[in-house]
Design a binder for this molecule. Structure first.
Ligand code: ZN
Length: 433
């Protein structure tokens, strides 16, 4: 991008087209047997054409020249890595900070920007690979390394119009979820969130920490991701089915497979991810195909295929909180949601239980909500209407027509606490006639 702008400037000043300038630059590189960088070759072409080229380099220094205590220096850098903005509290005052690893051809340093500048960084879309011209930086030594921060009166330009500077490329390793190997560092994975688990707190050497696990996947497979501390809150906001890009993560071998770890250097970004398979496709693909006779207690992510042989009697719907969609309880004081409190008029969601036979045995498959709706064939509104008009018994009788229908379900084995029978809770339902 930097080079393109340089070529454009030379073209403008010389009255030639960009293609002509590009050809001259290539010829120059060829003449020097590939020893010239693009910048170097462009610089020579500009000189040949008699064009003034320069860099305003008043206070600018190289990263290698940074020393403890330096103030108000300018740097031209490439963002090699950018971390999630963090909130902090100092002397009772709240603020934001954002850390980056930035580099020029002489080295790299940690850069911290504060408060309003954090907002600007986000708004202007600064990311790995962005070029920044930083005005008024301060340098300070920390743990034997010089770190930089943008001063209170500092400023920065994103993708500045500066010519002829060789900045290192921001290398990032894009890895597929199914191709993670132990010991990888600084990797990026674009994937879809399949499932998010509950965050837990832990205590390690007297220090409190938080950790959360979530499952991601792409067309090559699925992987377990683990986010620590500052990133936990961000991971909790993720929604199942959402496409994300995880940057700056590392891998470690976990209980079963290699896991992706999101440490302090990692960052989560939302992406469009049109090319990623749907959650259903991935869960179906990664599920273990089993016969009913082989089902065991605790089995989860199992795929069963069989025929519906009976639609079990039951209510066909259950009450949920109209606010959050969560389950509600009937207490003496009334209907209560754990999260929202008293519920005046609960909403309803479909639930259905069907007996499935796969030739090796039979099991009751229970489906809730959208998945139950696929079997019942009614949306929430129709369900409500029919329920009051004729009641579930008559509806279930009619549903017996489904017997013989082929069904594929992905789900888990569960012990029903009331009937003490083993049933199969379906997360995904697919019917075939
Ligand atoms: Zn609620």
């Amino acid at each position: 991008m930097q080079e393109k702008r340089v070529i454009g400037q030379i073209a403008k000043k010389s009255g030639k087209t960009e293609d002509e300038i590009n050809a001259l630059v290539e010829a120059k590189k060829k003449k020097f047997s590939g020893l010239l960088t693009d910048s170097g070759a462009s610089f020579m072409v500009a000189k040949d054409l008699g064009i003034e080229v320069g860099m305003e380099s008043v206070k600018r220094i190289n990263i290698a020249a940074l020393k403890d205590g330096m103030q108000n220096v300018d740097l031209l850098v490439r963002v090699m890595q950018i971390f999630s903005p963090k909130e902090f509290e100092k002397n009772g005052k709240r603020g934001m900070l954002c850390n980056m690893i930035v580099a020029d051809s002489t080295g790299e340093t940690r850069l911290t920007v504060w408060n309003d500048d954090v907002e600007k960084i986000t708004k202007q879309g600064v990311k790995r690979g962005s070029v920044l011209l930083l005005h008024n930086c301060n340098a300070k030594e920390f743990n034997g390394r010089v770190q930089t921060s943008l001063a209170y009166k500092g400023s920065f330009d994103v993708e500045p119009d500066v010519m002829f500077v060789d900045l290192p490329e921001a290398k990032s390793k894009d890895v597929k979820a199914g191709e993670l190997k132990e010991g990888m560092n600084d990797v990026n994975v674009s994937a879809r969130v399949i499932r998010i688990f509950k965050a837990t707190e832990f205590d390690k050497n007297g220090k409190k920490g938080k950790v959360i696990n979530f499952l991601i996947g792409d067309k090559t497979g699925t992987a377990r991701a683990t986010a620590w501390n500052d990133l936990v809150e961000e991971a909790q906001k993720l929604v199942e089915g959402e496409a994300i890009s995880i940057e700056g993560a590392y891998t470690k071998s976990g209980l079963k497979d290699v896991e992706l770890h999101l440490g302090w250097q990692a960052r989560i970004e939302k992406i469009e991810g049109k090319e990623l398979p749907t959650v259903e496709e991935m869960r179906k693909k990664s599920a273990l195909v089993k016969k009913i006779v082989n089902l065991e207690k605790g089995d989860s992510d199992v795929l069963l295929e069989g025929k519906i042989v009976l639609v079990n009697k039951g209510a066909l719907f259950y009450n949920v909180c109209p606010e959050c969609g969560g389950k509600v309880q009937k207490l003496d004081e009334g209907i209560v949601c754990d999260k929202c409190g008293e519920v005046k008029e609960p909403d309803i969601r479909p639930v259905i239980s069907v007996r499935v036979d796969d030739g090796t045995g039979q099991i009751d498959v229970v489906a809730y909500g959208k998945e139950a709706g696929k079997i019942i064939g009614l949306d929430n509104e129709d369900l409500k209407k029919q329920k009051t008009e004729r009641g579930s018994d008559s509806m279930i009788e009619e549903l017996q027509e489904m017997c013989g229908t082929k069904i594929t379900v992905v789900g888990r084995v569960k012990q029903n606490t009331y009937s003490n029978q083993t049933e199969f809770v379906a997360g995904i339902v697919e019917l075939k006639n």
